[in-house]
Design a protein around this ligand. Structure first.
Ligand SMILES: [Zn+2]
Length: 116
């Protein structure tokens, strides 16, 4: 059962513990990590419910090899956006995590209008 008070939360890089210096530095240090987590908490609130099953959507921080990424994912059926690990801008640089959060919210919120 899901209601507003028990809305699920995604992993906003919460599994990175203070002792994990390598990963904290990799994300830009403890202050930036805390800022990212606030951004992710706020962005998660903006995500519309899953279009398939209606369950709340969570924002998940992901990391793999030398890349960190952000993904919107349904808390029930686990459909989601493509994590933005390796996507490059036209200027051939990687999106910052802040940009990934913004783009992920936009991607998940986009809905095609039904046509007659
Ligand atoms: Zn769903």
């Amino acid at each position: 059962m899901v209601n507003a008070k028990t809305r699920p939360h995604g992993d906003h890089f919460n599994t990175i513990r203070p002792g994990m210096h390598k990963y904290i530095e990799w994300l830009g240090g403890p202050e930036r990590l805390a800022q990212l987590q606030v951004l992710m908490d706020n962005a998660e609130q903006q995500l519309p419910a899953c279009p398939f099953c209606g369950a709340p959507t969570v924002l998940r921080g992901r990391w793999m090899y030398a890349s960190s990424g952000v993904q919107a994912e349904c808390s029930q059926c686990h459909c989601g956006t493509q994590p933005l690990f390796q996507e490059k801008t036209v200027l051939n640089r990687y999106y910052s995590l802040e940009e990934q959060i913004e783009r992920t919210v936009k991607a998940w919120s986009r809905r095609e209008e039904a046509t007659a």
